[in-house]
Design a protein around this ligand. Structure first.
Ligand code: PLP
Length: 373
């Protein structure tokens, strides 16, 4: 087995527990299309996330694409460049132009103060990301959206179970997407979900994720195949009970990192605002050494040489991809904070079986690099 350390380790349930579900599936001869496991997971997740409505998907990207279709968005959508490619890619897949907005210097989420100046007659929505589980400024964003008649979608791929101002993260905006990719805390192998308050959206979303099919003879909408299958749902049923304990252990590991970095110059962990709970999916370190823009890369290389695979989430910015960089909103002068921070961030290993000695090794290596400046 490799002794390399990765940024995360997926939660695996006991094999015999999963095999129990396989037996059920074999007996029922039902593999997809709203089967028993799907129904059970949908019910449990709705409770777990305290969501009025939930629709399960085969992955988070298709879920987000469907969210955009369901709200009939068009024209332009204002979004953050500091994210995973999928957040932005779903826009051109819906024939929508992304308009990049700079990010808030502390939360690293879309900067609500800079949204209004980007609104045009073509703007139909704001698409924010609760990056590393840090909530966007949801109240301020909602106020802007309401005063301009815009929809609000949140990508909460990193924010499973997050609560903000005493409410579940999925209760904000028109629709919230969760990813259940194995790199996420809760996963279904691959998978995702949409959570939303408006009961009227349920039917449309359910049609859209099943080719627009209403019944054997009626197809109402140009839908897609977004269905979660029984194998995925079974994985979710077994992973869900493991989540809370995993979060406790990850939180303890976060404390070890925090203590080790205390008093070391140039290093800051990205922390939750006071009014938010931590999903414990990512541990992001900011390495900012004045006059040394390459410091983060040097830390990254040092770790890599020692078998530790940290990740530069999110470098490069989405606005720097060849498919987007020609657009005027993508220019670095319009996105100074995002461009600076993309060169500072490094996500470090965070999972329950990470040993204290591993954390010591990682933090010593990092301190060794930055103490040299
Ligand atoms: C912020 C963000 N959005 C969207 C996605 C895409 O989700 P999925 O892999 O489930 O399609 C991911 C990661 O996978 C992500 O990190």
């Amino acid at each position: 087995m490799s002794s390399e350390i990765f940024v995360t380790k997926p939660l695996f349930p006991k094999l015999e527990n999963y095999e129990g579900h396989l037996k059920d599936i074999w007996d029922s001869a039902w593999l997809s299309n709203n089967g028993q496991k799907h129904k059970e997971l949908e019910f449990k997740l709705r409770e777990y996330l305290n969501a009025p409505n939930i629709s399960l998907f085969n992955n988070g990207t298709i879920a987000l694409m469907t969210a955009i279709q369901s709200l009939r968005l068009q024209g332009e959508v204002i979004t953050t460049p500091f994210t995973f490619p999928a957040t932005t890619h779903v826009l051109p897949w819906n024939n929508i132009d992304p308009v990049f907005c700079d990010i808030h210097p502390e939360r690293l989420t879309i900067d609500y103060d800079k949204i209004e100046s980007l609104i045009t007659a073509r703007t139909s929505a704001i698409l924010g990301v609760h990056v590393y589980g840090v909530p966007c400024h949801v109240d301020e964003i909602q106020q802007i959206a309401d005063s301009h008649g815009l929809k609000v979608i949140y990508d909460a791929a990193h924010a499973f179970t997050t609560e903000y101002k005493g409410k579940p993260i999925g209760s904000y905006g028109d629709i919230t997407m969760f990813s259940f990719h194995p790199t996420k805390l809760f996963h279904t192998g691959e998978g995702g979900a949409l959570v939303y308050n408006d009961d009227n959206l349920k039917r449309r979303i359910e049609y859209l994720k099943n080719f627009g099919i209403k019944n054997e003879e009626e197809v109402l909408l140009p839908g897609i195949n977004g269905k979660m299958n029984e194998l995925q749902a079974s994985m979710g049923l077994e992973v869900l009970p493991l989540v809370a304990q995993e979060q406790v252990k990850r939180s303890e590991i976060r404390t070890l990192y925090r203590k080790a970095f205390e008093g070391v110059d140039h290093l800051n962990l990205v922390e939750m605002p006071d009014s938010a709970t931590n999903s414990e999916q990512y541990l992001c370190l900011r390495v900012a050494v004045p006059g040394c823009p390459d410091a983060r890369n040097q830390v990254y290389e040092k770790l890599k040489l020692n078998g530790i695979n940290a990740r530069k989430y999110f470098f490069p910015l989405v606005s720097q991809y060849p498919c987007y960089r020609a657009s005027s909103s993508a220019s670095p002068e319009n996105l100074p904070v995002a461009n600076r921070i993309a060169n500072e961030v490094l996500c470090l290993p965070l999972y329950s079986t990470l040993q204290t000695s591993d954390v010591e090794k990682i933090t010593d290596l990092i301190a060794g690099v930055v103490n040299g400046y």
